[in-house]
Design a protein around this ligand. Structure first.
Ligand SMILES: C[S@@+](CC[C@H](N)C(=O)[O-])C[C@H]1O[C@@H](n2cnc3c(N)ncnc32)[C@H](O)[C@@H]1O
Length: 456
């Protein structure tokens, strides 16, 4: 490797290492930290891509890497290591096992150097462990046997926490499950939404192409574009400054169609920050409408406000408050509850989330979701619509919330989403009439959404 390229690759590994240490020490999201660090570092595009791959890959495969490390470390436990040593080992082993094009010596040497911050003994340990792994090769790093404990085997093989694999085995069946687990370990495309207030998808696509950024129309979302090349430059474009597009996942974009929006409507977005869907609602409603963006976090609403300014979304009014007891009077034609949830449908974008979530988060969040829906339901006018959405795949936070809320409020009727989705997206509905997107089936984040109507 020429020296300049080698130096850049070393920078990529150092940057990835720093992000990994910080992600483990804080509650910060890896994608946000990484974006900040990449913006500061000014690495060449190839090295940016390597850094991204190292961070996402090491976090996604962390469970499997730790399983192998436990064997390689012999008498030391992975969770008792100093955090920088653990991060250097995971990063090095990830490259040895999953990146064919990285020479073993480069992966080992870089991790040995990175571990030096924890002392000479630490780098000696990293050297010994990674050399042992390199000598064994991928084939020598064995997985637990499948017979006897299939859930345990899947959890290690596909690097997910055991409790989650056990839940999903019940939900999807153990035959279909490996495809979902595998999809969660792949990257997700960068998705944009053309802002109808000032652009069309075709015009935006042409403008991006003229800047050397390749994007294709998103298959399920009418305003969506999937960026194939050049995503790192998007925020530097004039089209960004002038509000012609927003970042929004494709599954998230599909949810809005369930609200049945029409010009002039009054719409409440009850869990609005950071404003991805608020901006979309404003863009679909046009000038003659009112969108109230409610959120409990003032800081989150500040982001909504500045984003609406950039996107020329002048019909949005922000309000701080708890949706369980909304500080609002009057009634709305449509209310969206894009609720706080366990986020387990977004593991492609947030690989670290699987290691942070605990099984007890699920019932706690389901209770919050029910309370929020019960809190805003009285604000839906007679004949109006209430849409509930979450980016997670647990029945407690999905259909069980809808069933509980509908049972508790006789005003609410659950409607079949197939009658309201655009033709291109009808196949995203399940047999029960809910919107349910899945990474392995649709190439989308895992979203669930239901439509309820207040009786007239
Ligand atoms: C999934 S996020 C919403 C994402 C947003 N709709 C978007 O598309 O960008 C959930 C939001 O709910 C907010 N939240 C949590 N509890 C709340 C409550 N009791 N009342 C209002 N907002 C709440 C959180 O602050 C968070 O911003």
């Amino acid at each position: 490797m020429p020296r300049r390229v080698e130096t850049a690759a070393t920078d990529a590994r150092r940057l990835a290492f720093e992000v990994l240490v910080r992600v483990e020490a804080t509650e910060a999201f890896a994608d946000v930290l990484l974006a900040h660090r990449l913006a500061d570092a000014a690495l060449p595009p190839r090295e940016q891509a390597l850094t991204t791959r190292l961070v996402y890959g090491t976090l996604a495969w962390q469970g499997r890497l730790d399983f192998h490390l436990a064997h390689l470390l012999r008498d030391r436990a992975v969770d008792r290591l100093d955090p920088p040593v653990r991060a250097a080992l995971r990063l090095g082993l990830y490259q040895l096992v999953f990146l064919d094009r990285v020479p073993a010596y480069a992966a080992v040497d870089a991790s040995v150097r990175l571990a030096r911050v924890a002392g000479a003994g630490a780098s000696g340990l990293v050297n010994a462990v990674l050399r042992r792994a390199a000598a064994l090769g991928s084939a020598g790093l064995v997985l637990p046997p499948a017979d006897g404990d299939p859930v345990g085997r899947l959890a290690v093989e596909w690097s997910h926490p055991r409790w989650l694999v056990a839940r999903w085995a019940d939900l999807y069946g153990s035959e279909a499950l490996p495809a979902l687990l595998a999809a969660n370990n792949e990257g997700a495309p960068t998705a944009l939404r053309a802002n109808r207030l000032v652009a069309t998808r075709d015009a935006l696509r042409a403008e991006l192409a003229a800047e050397g950024i390749a994007a294709t129309p998103a298959p399920w979302a009418a305003d969506g574009l999937l960026v194939e090349r050049g995503a790192a430059r998007l925020r530097a474009l004039r089209a960004w400054d002038e509000g012609r597009f927003a970042f929004q996942g494709e599954a998230s974009q599909v949810v809005a169609s369930l609200l049945g929006l029409e010009p002039g409507m009054r719409v409440l977005d009850a869990c609005a920050a950071p404003g991805g869907k608020t901006a979309q609602l404003a863009s679909l409603l046009g000038d003659r409408a009112l969108v109230v963006a409610l959120d409990r976090r003032r800081g989150g609403l500040d982001r909504v406000t500045s984003e609406m300014r950039r996107l020329r979304a002048h019909t949005v009014v922000a309000a701080v408050g708890d949706a369980r007891r909304p500080p609002l009077a009057g009634s709305f034609d449509a209310v969206l509850v894009d609720a706080p949830c366990s986020g387990l449908g977004t593991l492609r974008r947030h690989p670290e989330l699987r290691w942070r979530r605990r099984p007890e988060d699920v019932p706690r969040l389901a209770a919050l979701q029910r309370e929020i829906l019960a809190g805003v339901a009285p604000l839906v006018r007679r004949g109006g619509v209430l849409v509930y959405a979450v980016c997670t795949l647990t029945s407690e936070e999905n259909e069980q919330v809808v069933a509980a809320v509908a049972a508790a409020d006789p005003r609410l009727v659950v409607e079949d989403v197939r009658d309201h989705l655009p033709p291109a997206a009808v196949s995203l509905a399940d047999a029960k009439g809910f919107l349910r997107t899945l990474p392995h089936l649709h190439g989308l984040d895992g979203f669930f959404a239901a439509r309820l109507r207040a009786r007239g």
